[in-house]
Design a protein around this ligand. Structure first.
Ligand SMILES: Nc1ncnc2c1ncn2[C@@H]1O[C@H](COP(=O)(O)OP(=O)(O)OP(=O)(O)O)[C@@H](O)[C@H]1O
Length: 346
């Protein structure tokens, strides 16, 4: 990995349940642990994908990194500084350097403003460019995301989902950030449009040496974009490693199940592992032992009582599974397809 730009160290985030007055008077304040002791690093110019089913805690991690939430414990460092202990100047720089792109471009863009005004808004806050200079910058940014400069005068409702997501990306890029948090940026889009937006993100990363934290429930989507993958289950990282190696041979049954659940273009390709079945358990009342054991085809008695720790299992890989040797014993590598598309139009 290159020099880390973001370090997340032992992050835990709990939310209070029963926050009503009566519950508090009765001392009945339970908590939900959305994220438990999560650690990872993102290097400069690198993409780390955070994957897992709904409720795994991915967005909560993203929301702590963007300072929407404070951690219950643990620390997030950006360029070596604790992001929750920044000076006013440090905070201003952080807000410029770290930008976010959300899943739903329809709700993240204000329908009352023309696209040009939306893209120019961060320039008003973070730069002292004149109106004419901002207008030139907006034209350049639209071209960067392969939209005609005429789009500046349109309203969000006149754009397709893919075009709207290009506008969100242009807005995020307007103040020359170094780090983008991409929270399910293509989940709301058609498959062919998804591939074009992913290709756009990959080109922008190359051209600008951007670092990405890419949050997704879909391993298929992150395969071509990410350098490393951290798989989350019920608030914890259960496996972490380099993308190609992890796709070629998962060491945790949950990763194996996620891979088996990726839609496959060629039905004749043999798949390792079983698709995931059953629901993700409630984080209010997590299972004993290994949190994945009720859904796991490898589970034994030991898994019901002893919680496995996330630890190095082989070169470049961490996993928390008592049976990682059985899981990774498979040599059978299947290709997870992503359609080949350009990035130019939607
Ligand atoms: N503000 C909050 N208050 C209480 N519980 C919360 C809050 N935010 C998230 N949670 C809970 O924390 C857990 C993790 O949620 P989170 O949104 O981080 O998961 P996720 O992996 O991003 O899933 P999704 O893709 O559905 O957003 C869930 O059980 C969720 O209900």
């Amino acid at each position: 990995m290159t020099e880390p730009i973001l370090e997340v160290d032992g992050l835990t985030k709990q939310f209070p349940l029963n926050s009503g007055v009566i519950s508090r008077l009765l001392g009945n304040t339970r908590t939900l642990t959305a994220v438990r002791d999560v650690s990872f690093e993102v290097g400069r110019g690198e993409t780390l994908a955070l994957v897992g089913e709904s409720g795994a805690g991915k967005s909560t991690v993203g929301n702590v990194v963007t300072r929407i939430h404070r951690p219950t414990s643990g620390v997030v460092r950006y360029r070596g500084n604790d992001i929750h202990e920044l000076s006013d100047e440090g905070l201003r720089e952080y807000r410029q350097s770290v930008q976010m792109v959300f899943q739903d471009p329809y709700s993240s863009l204000d329908p009352r403003y023309r696209v040009g005004s939306t893209i120019a808004e961060p320039l008003k806050i973070h730069t002292d460019l004149s109106k004419a200079e901002r207008r030139d910058r907006v034209d350049d940014l639209l071209e960067t995301v392969n939209l005609d400069p005429d789009f500046a005068d349109r309203y969000p409702h006149e754009l397709s989902g893919g075009q709207l997501q290009r506008v969100s990306i242009a807005t995020a890029l307007s103040v020359d950030p170094e780090f983008l948090i991409l929270d399910e940026p293509v989940s709301a889009l058609d498959v062919s449009v998804q591939a074009r937006i992913l290709n756009l993100l990959m080109r922008l990363q190359r051209e600008r040496n951007l670092s990405y934290l890419f949050i997704s429930h879909d391993l298929g989507v992150v395969k071509h974009l990410s350098d490393r993958v951290a798989v989350m289950y019920l608030g914890e990282i259960v496996e972490q490693g380099e993308t190609a190696s992890l796709f070629g041979g998962p060491a945790h049954p949950y990763t194996e199940g996620l891979l088996a659940s990726v839609p496959q273009a060629n039905p004749h390709v043999r798949r390792r592992g079983q698709r995931l079945t059953g629901e993700i358990p409630s984080p209010i009342n997590p299972p004993s032992g290994c949190p994945f054991h009720p859904r796991c085809e490898y589970a034994t008695e030991q898994c019901e009582s002893d919680k496995p720790l996330l630890e190095p299992v082989f070169e470049g890989r961490e996993a928390s599974c008592h049976h990682w040797e059985d899981v990774s014993a498979f040599e059978d590598v299947d290709e997870i397809p992503i359609e080949e598309h350009g990035e130019a139009t939607d």
